[in-house]
Write a protein that binds this ligand. Structure first.
Ligand SMILES: NC(=O)c1ccc[n+]([C@@H]2O[C@H](COP(=O)([O-])OP(=O)(O)OC[C@H]3O[C@@H](n4cnc5c(N)ncnc54)[C@H](O)[C@@H]3O)[C@@H](O)[C@H]2O)c1
Length: 451
């Protein structure tokens, strides 16, 4: 393909995540795609990205600070804008990009509250442009395997699902160091994190959520909880980097110890005010760290869901009850030492038992012996999902995916709808109808009827 006809991509949000999409775009997929601009609050972070391009032997691209986003669209004329900024800002960039005539790919969650979600739905309706949501969870081969089993009718019609998700004191704690710890930024972890899980259930069941009832509390993170547990000494400093008192703190994250953290966050603090290593036992955190929900779908299925953010191990256990049997799906990584983001220092425990770790699926048919389903062996990032997703975003056009893994704005809305309704339920202590908050095609019965 000639340079003239390459698809033009611009990115807004150049923090930790965007590199997973930019690096493949400018290398493996560069024949058909071109990076034409970066936009972020921080010039330092954008300079880091341009330095990464230089290391790949590529020229820097124009960098626009956030207030010049519209200039970037006008001057660089991207065909598609990839939104990878803080969650609460997604809607604004999606809407502006659509109205400038661009298609959009947005990181999950599509946005963080009902009004912002309605603004995105309205902008798509007004412009006719396309939004895709980067639900990488759907694209991991072992989760695809679950979908295949359900679609094949292996356990008949699925009537209920139980999904338990555990975030550990390493990855889970990391959300409480950063902007995610405030509802206004992330919509809570019921939106920021659980959007993946609700999307999976919507997609696995091909179902649209109708009503949500939820409880949620903060029982572990925050100053009060540490003091109540007798851990007052872990509350004595506002952040971890350069703090001698934090030397033995198991929640410590020292930004100066990693090159990318130094360059992306520490060096950009003065300019952007973003402190990436705040004490997880500080005051001011306003999101729950354990949440429990019940969801009823338009087609009658029930979901029982729980999310715990302070577990010694990380992963999920999902069980599907069908009218001809049951599927148990298990996805756990080893337990971690409480050190964030320095994988070299994690101590992965010996596997406690053959089926206790890793990914496996066991089918329990009614009136027949259970069996383990052979699983693909994957060792790539995010269970191999990111690579497959990048091929989908940047590779040659493919025929429509038989498993319906592409998620547009309506499916993006159906996923955050559960978390947004869940937070409304927690705050109002009542069941909440999704339709009160977000209009999802009222006549549709199945998720696959939504774009
Ligand atoms: N699917 C996944 O596996 C996955 C993993 C990590 C992050 N994410 C998503 O990616 C997005 C970015 O997360 P991250 O981990 O890179 O976070 P980050 O904090 O490292 O980066 C966020 C970036 O957004 C920028 N930003 C904040 N407000 C802005 C504004 N108003 N305008 C422009 N830029 C602004 C910040 O300066 C920062 O560079 C989030 O939406 C997150 O949910 C997805």
């Amino acid at each position: 393909m000639s340079n003239q006809s390459r698809k033009r991509h611009a990115f807004v949000g150049t923090g930790g995540r965007a590199i997973s999409f930019i690096e493949p775009l400018v290398t493996r997929y560069a024949d058909a795609n071109e990076l034409v601009g970066l936009c972020d609050l921080s010039s330092v972070r954008m300079a880091f990205y341009n330095e990464r391009l230089k290391r790949l032997g590529l020229a820097p691209v124009p960098a626009y600070t956030a207030e010049r986003f519209d200039d970037m669209l006008r001057i660089e004329r991207p065909d598609e804008v990839f939104v990878c900024s803080q969650d609460s800002t997604h809607h604004d960039y999606i809407v502006r990009a659509l109205h400038a005539g661009c298609d959009v790919i947005t990181e999950k969650p599509m946005t963080t509250d009902a009004a912002k979600c309605r603004a995105v739905l309205d902008a798509v309706a007004a412009t006719g442009k396309r939004v895709r949501v980067a639900f990488n969870y759907r694209w991991a081969p072992f989760r695809t395997k679950v979908k295949e089993l359900i679609v094949a009718g292996t356990i008949g019609r699925v009537r209920s699902v139980n999904l338990e998700y555990l975030l550990d004191t390493n990855h889970g704690a990391d959300y409480f160091r950063r902007w995610h710890a405030n509802l206004a930024n992330s919509g809570s972890l019921l939106v920021h994190k659980a959007t993946h899980h609700f999307d999976l259930v919507n997609w696995w069941l091909d179902a649209i959520p109708q009503q949500v009832f939820a409880y949620g509390d903060r029982v572990f993170y925050g100053r009060d909880n540490a003091i109540a547990r007798g851990d007052e000494k872990l509350t004595r400093y506002p952040r971890y980097t350069g703090e001698p008192l934090a030397a033995d703190d198991p929640f410590r994250l020292d930004l100066s110890e990693s090159e990318s953290f130094r360059e992306l966050y520490l060096n950009a603090e003065e300019e952007s005010g973003y402190v990436r290593d705040r004490n997880v036992f500080r005051e001011g955190i306003d999101i729950p760290d354990q949440m429990s929900l019940n969801v009823r779908y338009r087609t009658g299925e029930l979901l029982t869901y729980s999310l715990v953010c302070y577990s010694p191990r990380e992963g999920m256990r999902v069980t599907f009850n069908g009218d001809r049997g049951r599927i148990e799906y298990h996805e756990f990584i080893g337990t971690h030492m409480n050190r964030a983001v320095s994988p070299g220092e994690w101590k992965i425990e010996e596997k406690p038992g053959a089926e206790a770790e890793g990914e496996w699926i066991r089918v329990f048919p009614h009136f027949a012996s259970s069996y383990l389903v052979p699983m693909p062996e994957i060792r790539a990032a995010h269970g191999g999902a990111d690579e497959i997703l990048n091929a989908h975003f940047y590779g040659p056009p493919q025929p429509p995916d038989a498993l319906g893994r592409t998620a547009g704005h309506e499916q993006g809305a159906a996923s955050i709808a559960v978390g947004i309704a869940g937070m409304a339920s927690i705050l109002g202590n009542r069941p909440v109808d999704v339709a009160e908050l977000i209009p999802l095609k009222p006549q549709a019965r199945r998720l696959s009827e939504l774009v």
